[in-house]
Design a protein around this ligand. Structure first.
Ligand code: DMJ
Length: 633
């Protein structure tokens, strides 16, 4: 017989519960409390309950905090920090997809690919990057600079292959000469105009101009990456110190969206990507936010001018009586704005340029061409003037560079670029009786047989895009790039100074020359040497270095003054009449492209970098993580 064990006596609780029951009850109760407390974290940030129950953090993970960690106190500036990235998933992005993105991102961060030792040395010098990693994974401003560096295919400043083989080579001496020119331009600016936007070398003073809304130091910010590239370390440190201490964003004037973007934002972004110094990233994002009111229009196509004080906007008075936005202006934001999203986590920048793309994609194009004036109110073209020079130029440039910067994933940009180029070839391209190839300007079907100096960047652009064209077009585009560049060289060669005019014509038997004094000036522009640089990288034909050296010689002879470089008023006069302006793009672009022309191909390799339209290098998105801002659409 099975004897049942008689239970020992367990005293009952005051509520009549026995010990095991009591234990189970307590377990249930504690589970419930944990669940309720945990749920508080899932409430939206604004929830009152959340604010009541969770103690506020003493520091929000805004940029100021991040900056202070890096030893860059920003307290002197009375400005609000950039908006952080949304803590909740962006519209259209559910939790599952953001988790998947986070997983992909981690995978991306794990992969390493060491670069050259000089980059490491630079990274070590850089005080900011490592210290600035977010302390918790949910902080939206996570940008891992070392991981970014490790994904570059080449050391930023190259491996200096030629120097080890030929330490005293001619090309090295030429490069050193260009470096000396940069040093001279910088020192002159520093001596007479430090902190002003531009140097006036004849009057030996500074000039602010009216394009930058009260921002100053345009020459400094435009020069940062060139100084870095040329390893002018003391000068770079001077420039950086000025940005840290004196570059104030609490200004209240009217600014050109385009100019502030390409020079200031572009310059700051490049300086950050080259050095990892947080001050550049922070200022770029904050300045980017100041530009956003320009986009407050019915179509989202920005107007050209933004008022920093009132946050209002307007179109340029000269743009169809103030009714139009300019193709080259609103079409040259894409590269910088994607990087602003990449570095801030704030999708607003990418959304703005995605919208511009959408409008342009949808609108009818006369003969496949993009006119230069568009109404930001109706989204219609306001005039049928088409040009690859001024007013149109960098729109085309940013299409092919968007494709390249996205690591060749932005197929829409690629398609738009080749379709536009096809239309340009059909309707604007011409060969003069003397055999010079040029891109004319188009006015509703009538051609102006002229090319602006600005249009001379197109040789480089077409060379850059040739490799990804349809197989049957590649050779054609390579040849076209070479022919256009040759024509632009002719415009230099046919002048007395060997510098090119602002515009040149193909009319009445005269070819590649300006026809009036008002178009005969040269303001230290870069476009021709820019094309030499791309053509050199593509072909290694020594002619491009020869032509580049001609420019160096002419600049020294006609544009160098006692106190800096100056533009000249007439390239056809060998007695120079200086215009008293050392343009910021002379340091940002002209000298940089010349230096690169005499450098090895792996210095700022085109595999890793695209140059914005002010020659500021922005990195190609080598990431395999599609949800990220940089270079992705
Ligand atoms: C630069 O500011 C930029 O290259 C812009 O795209 C056009 N013009 C100047 C230089 O000429």
């Amino acid at each position: 017989m099975l004897m049942r064990k008689v239970p020992v006596f367990v005293p009952a609780s005051p509520w009549g519960l026995r010990l095991p029951q009591k234990f189970l009850f307590l377990l249930f109760l504690s589970g419930l409390v944990t669940l309720c407390f945990g749920a508080l974290f899932l409430l939206p940030n604004s929830s009152r309950l959340k604010r009541l129950f969770l103690a506020p953090r003493t520091q929000q993970p805004g940029l100021e905090v991040v900056a202070e960690v890096a030893g860059h106190p920003l307290a002197r500036e009375q400005e609000s920090p950039p908006n952080p990235a949304p803590a909740v998933p962006a519209p259209g992005e559910d939790d599952a997809s953001s988790q998947a993105n986070a997983r992909r991102r981690k995978g991306w961060l794990r992969r390493t690919h060491p670069t050259g030792t000089r980059e490491m040395a630079t990274a070590a010098r850089s005080s900011g990057s490592a210290a600035l990693r977010p302390q918790e994974p949910s902080i939206p401003f996570s940008f891992d600079f070392h991981a970014f560096q490790s994904r570059l295919r080449h050391p930023v400043l190259g491996t200096r292959a030629d120097e080890s083989k030929e330490p005293q080579s001619l090309v090295r001496a030429q490069r050193e000469k260009i470096k000396e020119m940069m040093q001279f331009a910088w020192q002159s600016y520093k001596r007479y105009a430090m902190g002003k936007n531009e140097l006036r070398p004849l009057t030996k003073d500074g000039y602010e101009g009216s394009m930058f809304g009260g921002l100053s130091g345009a020459t400094i910010i435009d020069s940062l990456d060139t100084l870095y590239l040329m390893e002018l370390q003391d000068e770079f440190q001077e420039a950086k110190a000025w940005v840290e201490e004196n570059f104030h964003l609490n200004v209240s004037g009217e600014a050109s969206l385009f100019e502030v973007n390409i020079r200031y934002i572009g310059g700051l972004l490049s300086a950050f990507y080259l050095t990892g110094e947080e001050v550049f990233r922070i200022k770029a994002i904050k300045l980017g936010e100041k530009l956003l009111p320009a986009f407050n229009t019915p179509t989202g196509i920005p107007k050209g001018v933004v008022n920093f004080k009132s946050s209002s906007n307007r179109s340029w008075g000269w743009a169809m009586a103030g009714s139009s936005s300019i193709l080259a202006e609103f079409g040259s934001l894409h590269l910088e704005f994607l990087h602003l999203t990449e570095l801030s986590g704030n999708q607003v920048f990418a959304e703005k340029v995605r919208n511009i793309r959408k409008v342009l994609r949808k609108i009818d194009k006369p003969f496949g061409l993009y006119p230069n004036f568009l109404s930001p109110v109706s989204g219609n073209w306001m005039q049928h003037h088409v040009s690859v020079g001024g007013l149109g130029d960098s729109f085309y440039e940013y299409l092919i560079k968007s494709w390249l910067m996205s690591a060749k994933t932005d197929v829409e940009a690629k398609d738009m670029y080749y379709e536009a180029l096809e239309a340009i070839e059909t309707h604007l391209l011409n060969v003069s009786p003397g055999g010079l190839t040029y891109i004319a300007e188009w006015r509703g079907g009538i051609l102006d047989h002229k090319m602006g100096h600005l249009a001379c960047f197109s040789g480089g652009m077409i060379a850059l895009g040739a490799e990804d064209a349809k197989e049957e077009k590649r050779a054609r585009y390579r040849e076209l790039a070479a022919q256009i560049t040759k024509t632009c060289h002719e415009s230099y060669a046919r002048s007395d100074t060997k510098l090119g005019p602002e515009a040149f014509w193909f009319n009445s038997g005269r070819e590649a020359v300006a026809t009036q004094l008002s178009e005969s000036y040269y303001i230290l522009r870069p476009e021709v040497v820019e094309s030499y640089m791309y053509l050199w990288r593509q072909t290694h034909d020594p002619i491009y270095r020869e032509w580049g050296w001609e420019v160096v010689t002419a600049l020294e002879k006609y544009c160098r003054t006692e106190a800096g470089f100056s533009g000249i008023q007439d390239v056809y006069s060998s007695i120079p009449n200086h215009d008293n302006k050392q343009q910021t793009f002379f340091l940002a672009e002209t000298l940089k492209y010349l230096y690169l022309l005499f450098s090895e191909d792996d210095v700022l390799s085109l595999e890793d970098w695209v140059f914005n339209t002010e020659a500021h290098p922005l990195p190609v998105n080598h990431s395999d993580s599609p949800g990220r801002g940089g270079g992705q659409l």
